[in-house]
Design a protein around this ligand. Structure first.
Ligand code: UDP
Length: 356
């Protein structure tokens, strides 16, 4: 059986690490990876393939750095050519990026079955490009692998056939468990001379593209007077320059780090502050409280269980959230499965589609 995986952005490389490792243990399965080039810098792309042992993509496209329409359109055209050439039995897509949508659309039009990992998540904010990508991808997918009952219910409300939905837990939990044993302290860390720190990431377009929101976020982080390490996404770097924002001096900006270093920072932080979907879950996996710089989240279970607080981009809510939650410990309680999600997914795929 031939599985063609379409990926293109950092969180997808990280998820693919778990899946590709499990595929390698199955006889008679071949995975062809298409990298759309949505993320292309060394520290946003290549480092993950190198340090996480993800098989190198057979196809590497160059569709990054474009508007949403141009990027998705080019991906659609090029992935279709590849599908016609490769004739896979199944197309596998992850998450909610433009690459996810382009992979799914090109497959459905050629009548190739689609498996969507991390299906059913909803923020109910249709201004987010990610929300549109996941709704449309879910509508055309044949196997929808969801992390939780809430995600399944979202799909049922949208009319998705229940027989196509599988609750399997979260594949990022597999990755977190595996790499916690292999985490690496960043070589610049000791030079910062910090006894404790808060780990922060900011990259969502809804925060970076709006000057006032980004300004308020830095104001809130600055007023906390805590040591904050901020590995900064290229989009945010550009926006800080464009909006001429002065970064408060309790914040240490560093380049984006590889996954092994990211896990070390998460595990050793006192608190995590983020607008990332993946980092909200990793905070929970590593028993850290999370302050989320958004007004809504797809990972509602974390808020409901009191592990995550939504503070949006209000400077006062951010600083209050940080002061109340700093060093607060939480107990991980199996909300997103048992860390064997990749194997469950592959077993279902093989029993559903491997008829040759
Ligand atoms: N991440 C990383 N290095 C960094 C920042 C994030 O390896 O400098 C990882 C993080 O641990 C998580 C993933 O990237 O696994 C999250 O990706 P991102 O925040 O870009 O996307 P989202 O999850 O919001 O879709």
């Amino acid at each position: 059986m031939k599985i063609l995986t379409v990926l293109g952005a950092r969180p997808q490389f990280i998820k693919a690490a778990a899946f590709s490792r499990v595929i390698a243990d199955y006889d008679g399965l071949q995975e062809v990876i298409v990298h759309t080039g949505q993320h292309y810098d060394q520290n946003m792309s290549d480092i993950f393939f190198e340090e996480m042992g993800i098989p190198l993509p057979k196809y590497k496209l160059q569709t990054g750095g474009k508007t949403h329409g141009a990027m998705t359109g080019q991906q659609l055209e090029k992935i279709e050519e590849i599908l016609l050439e490769e004739k896979p039995d199944l197309v596998l897509v992850y998450g909610d990026t433009n690459s996810t949508l382009a992979g799914a659309l090109s497959a459905v039009k050629l009548h190739i079955p689609i498996a969507h990992i991390e299906a059913g998540l909803r923020s109910f904010n249709r201004k987010m490009p990610e929300e549109i990508n996941r709704i449309l991808t879910d509508q055309v997918s044949d196997c929808l692998f969801v992390p939780s009952l809430g995600a399944k219910n979202n799909l049922l409300h949208e009319g998705v056939d229940e027989n196509k939905i599988f609750i399997v837990g979260d594949i990022m939990y597999d990755v977190s468990l595996y790499y916690k044993e292999r985490m690496v302290k960043p070589n610049w860390f000791d030079a910062l001379n910090l006894n404790n720190f808060i780990l922060c990431t900011i990259h969502r377009a809804e925060n970076t593209d709006d000057e006032l929101k980004l300004l308020n976020i830095f104001k809130g982080l600055g007023s906390s007077n805590k040591n904050i390490i901020l590995p900064l996404h290229p989009r945010t770097v550009n926006k800080i320059r464009e909006h001429n924002i002065t970064v408060p001096n309790n914040i240490r900006i560093v380049d984006p780090v590889g996954y092994l270093e990211m896990v070390w920072l998460e595990v050793n932080s006192d608190l995590i502050v983020t607008d990332s979907g993946g980092v909200q879950k990793e905070a929970y996996f590593h028993s850290k409280y999370c302050i989320t710089l958004r007004e809504e989240t797809e990972w509602v279970e974390l808020v409901e269980h009191g592990f995550n607080k939504l503070v949006g981009y209000d400077a006062k809510l951010i600083v209050d959230g940080i002061n109340v939650s700093d060093s607060q410990k939480i107990e991980s309680s199996g909300i997103y499965g048992d860390g064997k999600t990749a194997k469950k997914i592959l077993d279902i795929i093989v029993s559903t589609f491997n008829h040759q």
